[in-house]
Design a protein around this ligand. Structure first.
Ligand code: NAD
Length: 496
């Protein structure tokens, strides 16, 4: 099923008709080359973005440096930065339909998700970070020395880090861009954003709105383009004070290596293979749809997707029967259709990757309990799939598939549940279903990950930090932690 593009608002069609340009120093800039914008529901090209290169990245970093060193942004009162960030949130609300349609046509997600989760989430984070804009408080430090002739006094200042390079993936571009932009700008930094070559349109519109909101030129810059060119140039540039990256673990390692050459700070939000643990006392009527949504949201292309389900043995057969029935009923289709629950995958490449994982699993004897997963074209669809591999070493249990695929296995008792949950290279999130408070408090500290959702889906909330452990990375988006991570401490010692 392909999107009917005549359903798009005139604003969205106009935005797609003009080939995308880079956004540098508050203005659109032409690029020599372009990359196609592909609608994943049909595989057809619907627009184009600029293919930025190392030269474009350098121009954007120079603009961001100029704005940081000589511009008004970091010098203005926090309350003024707060007002302009709030104006940006209001403008996003005004343009919510356009932003959501761009996201749906670019990524494939259903409109209820792009509007209700992605755009709304981005606005929420902006407002939360706007609140923190003035809170760059330091400490006073008493200083004593043996010298009776002199008195000393110490204090610390919290100062913005400088120019931030932000590299983000394609799965929820607007929200992830805002997770970087909002705390960085609230702290007084300037930013160069490099969205994914597979989904850049909404991020470009965000930059335009930042200008309209009165955020000075050069504070927000967007360089679209490929990872190996624009992304690599940003990660290796000596003019950047911090690289904040969200994406795959393999790319995160390359970025950390490149940044190490310049001793640039790095924050990495990487992949996941998050467990969902279902105890036999859980409310299955609530748990089953929620467990399915925790893995199939955005067709499984979510970093915290609960892609491994562990079910207490006593209810294994019943819970599996209900899960498979629920998943078989999920409606796949194009994102503009209001009935759609799961859209297509983002690209032909991603579809091939997911199908390869599933074909290999079938070849090694794994049974797909939901039946055939292939969908005839056009569009990059894969049917949501439940598998129960006998061996926890199977690739679909070990590796991040980043598609609509979940594996399930039984466990007996809390110790085995913890052992299975932690038996992964990753450490992003975990979901636990139990009504027993004691069990809940016993298991949460034992899970090796950055966040735990109990009796709910792991939806993002602006005040709760997001991030991982182990191969899922380090550093945090969201929460006060993210705001603090864009500030540096200067210690001042004075004699009087
Ligand atoms: P990716 O790593 O391929 O690409 C992410 C970004 O990095 C893109 O903008 C890409 O152009 C750029 N890039 C690629 N190679 C680069 C290089 N050598 N140097 C610099 N930049 C480079 O990831 P993806 O396929 O776009 O996204 C999927 C991945 O993102 C999954 O692993 C998913 O788990 C992860 N993710 C994590 C979180 C989180 O919060 N932890 C959130 C969303 C997605």
């Amino acid at each position: 099923q392909a999107n009917d593009l005549s359903l798009l608002s005139p604003e969205t069609r106009r935005a797609l008709d003009i080939p995308g340009r880079l956004w540098i120093a508050g203005e659109p800039q032409e690029a020599n080359e372009h990359l196609p914008v592909i609608d994943p529901s049909s595989g057809r090209q619907v627009g184009a973005i600029a293919d930025g290169d190392a030269w474009s990245v350098d121009a954007a970093i120079r603009a961001a440096r100029e704005a940081f060193d000589r511009g008004p942004w970091r010098r203005m009162p926090g309350s003024e930065r707060e007002a302009r960030l709030r104006r940006l949130a209001d403008l996003m609300e005004r343009d919510a339909q356009l932003l959501a349609e761009l996201e749906t046509v670019d990524v494939g997600m259903p409109m209820w998700m792009s509007r209700g989760l992605n755009v709304a989430g981005a606005i929420g984070v902006l407002r939360f970070m706007a609140n923190l804009a003035g809170r760059t408080y330091g400490k006073t430090v008493p200083v004593h020395t043996p010298d009776p002739e002199a008195a000393y006094f110490g204090y610390t200042r919290r100062e913005p880090l400088g120019v931030i390079g932000a590299i983000i993936p394609w799965n929820v571009p607007l929200m992830l861009a805002t997770w970087k932009l909002a705390p960085a700008l609230a702290a007084g930094c300037s930013i160069v954003l490099k969205p994914s070559e597979d989904a850049s349109c909404s991020v470009l519109h965000l930059a335009r709105l930042a200008s309209e909101a009165g955020i000075p030129s050069g504070v927000v810059n967007v360089v679209t383009g490929r990872g190996v060119t624009a992304g690599a140039a940003l990660a290796a540039h000596p003019g950047v004070n911090k690289i904040t990256f969200t994406g795959s673990t393999a790319t995160g390692k390359q970025i950390a290596r490149a940044a190490a050459e310049n001793v640039t700070q790095v924050s990495l939000e990487l992949g996941g293979k998050s467990p969902q643990i279902l105890f036999s006392d859980a409310d299955l009527d609530k748990a089953i749809p929620s467990i399915a949504n925790s893995v199939f949201l955005n067709s499984g292309q979510v970093c915290v997707a609960g892609s491994r389900v562990y079910i207490e043995r006593a209810i294994y057969d019943e819970a599996m029967e209900r899960l498979v029935r629920h998943v078989r009923e999920l409606r796949i289709g194009c994102g503009l259709d209001p009935q759609t629950q799961l859209g297509p995958l983002v690209s032909a490449k991603q579809q091939d990757r997911v199908l390869r994982f599933l074909d290999d699993a079938v070849a090694s004897g794994v049974q797909m309990l939901t039946g055939d997963y292939k969908v005839d074209g056009p569009g990059f669809y894969v049917r949501p799939t439940v598998a129960a591999p006998k061996d926890e070493r199977t690739a679909i249990v070990r590796q991040e598939v980043f598609g609509p695929v979940v594996t399930a296995a039984p466990f007996s008792g809390i110790d085995e549940a913890v052992a299975l949950a932690n038996d992964t290279d990753y450490g992003l999130a975990a979901m636990v279903w139990t009504r027993d408070l004691g069990r809940m408090h016993s298991i949460v500290p034992q899970l090796q990950c950055g966040r735990v959702a109990v009796n709910t889906e792991p939806f993002p909330y602006p005040a709760l930090p997001e991030g991982g452990r182990k191969a899922s990375g380090y550093g945090r988006d969201n929460g006060e932690e993210a705001f603090e991570s864009y500030l540096d401490t200067k210690a001042v010692l004075l004699r009087y």
